[in-house]
Design a binder for this molecule. Structure first.
Ligand code: GLY
Length: 307
């Protein structure tokens, strides 16, 4: 049994470890871990208290995948519900669809009995306003026609690595040999309303297959969409590469996209035996790993690739 995540999954690892240790499923474990990250008010890249879009609205994306059946559920640009991962799971299990976004996602969340709430904390609202004001946007009228120029002018804010992209990746291999993977995010802070990154897109930010392994991405979602990164890593493992070689190959694919930009990409991946790899084009990023037999998870450095 194995449970792996991006560093910010640490707040939920205990819940996933307990589920797996008691014979629970990989799917239950990754959902439980992700929900606790979505609840974490100190994590401004996921769920409650996530950084908002240009209009100051917290807009969340998530996806969940089951490696045994290749079933998946995805939620995009949902507002007012702190647990998009659970809504994504219900899309996967209850609807004949894979992805629902925006108002449809909110309608479905309500039908699922999820509680609607304000996810924008006063602290985050202040950061959002400071970001706009710090970039000369005081007095911004907020009319929709202005958003494109606002996005251009907000470039300094949206490129701040502390604010721009976060996201949580979680993947597990359970005692029955099944793999599942989850990704949840508030996306690119100060993003254009309705912008979707890689997190809710199966094959881009999230992919798993019991036969080969799993991969989740954080960082510049536009690059992972364009390179089909998560699916690529799993396919490279299918072709016989180790999990580390597969991640390196995916970074080679990403290289022309990342080169010359200020953007970074981060991968967490696992092969079908539970061997883990964390890789980043940023500096000194970590990830968390638990294997059966360990009393708790360990924090490991990611391999750094230069672009
Ligand atoms: N990787 C998260 C995003 O780009 O939204």
């Amino acid at each position: 049994m194995n449970l792996i995540g991006s560093f910010n999954a640490n707040v939920g690892m205990h819940a996933g470890i307990e589920i797996l240790s008691k014979g629970g499923s990989a799917l239950d474990a990754i959902e439980a871990v992700t929900r606790l990250v979505e609840d974490n008010p100190d994590d401004h890249s996921v769920g409650y208290s996530g950084y908002p879009n240009l209009l100051g609205e917290v807009e969340l994306d998530a996806s969940i995948m089951e490696g045994t059946t290749l079933r998946a559920g995805c939620i995009g640009a949902i507002k007012g519900y702190r647990h998009p991962i659970s809504i994504a799971r219900r899309v996967m299990t209850e609807l004949p669809h894979v992805m629902i976004v925006d108002k449809g996602a909110e309608r479905f969340a309500e039908e699922c009995g999820e509680v609607r709430e304000n996810l924008l904390t006063p602290e985050v609202e202040k950061t959002w306003r400071d970001g706009l004001e710090g970039n000369g946007m005081i007095g911004w009228s907020g009319i929709p026609e202005m958003l494109t120029s606002l996005l251009r002018r907000s470039r300094g804010v949206t490129r701040d690595p502390e604010h721009a992209t976060g996201t949580v990746d979680v993947m597990a291999l359970d005692g029955a040999g099944h793999i599942a993977s989850a990704v949840s995010t508030s996306g690119w802070a100060w993003k254009y309303p309705g912008r979707l990154g890689d997190s809710p897109i199966i094959g881009a930010g999230n992919y798993c297959d019991d036969r080969y392994g799993a991969c989740g991405c954080t960082g510049w979602g536009e690059a992972a969409i364009r390179a089909g990164t998560a699916r690529s890593v799993v396919l490279y493992m299918k072709m016989g590469m180790t999990v580390e070689a597969a991640c390196r190959e995916a970074f080679a694919d990403l290289h022309p996209l990342l080169k010359g930009t200020a953007n970074d990409m981060n991968l967490v991946a696992m092969d079908r035996h539970g061997n883990a790899c964390g890789m980043t084009s940023a500096e000194e990023r970590q990830f968390v790993v638990w294997r059966s037999g360990m009393t708790t998870y360990e924090v490991l450095p990611r391999i750094v690739v230069v672009h």
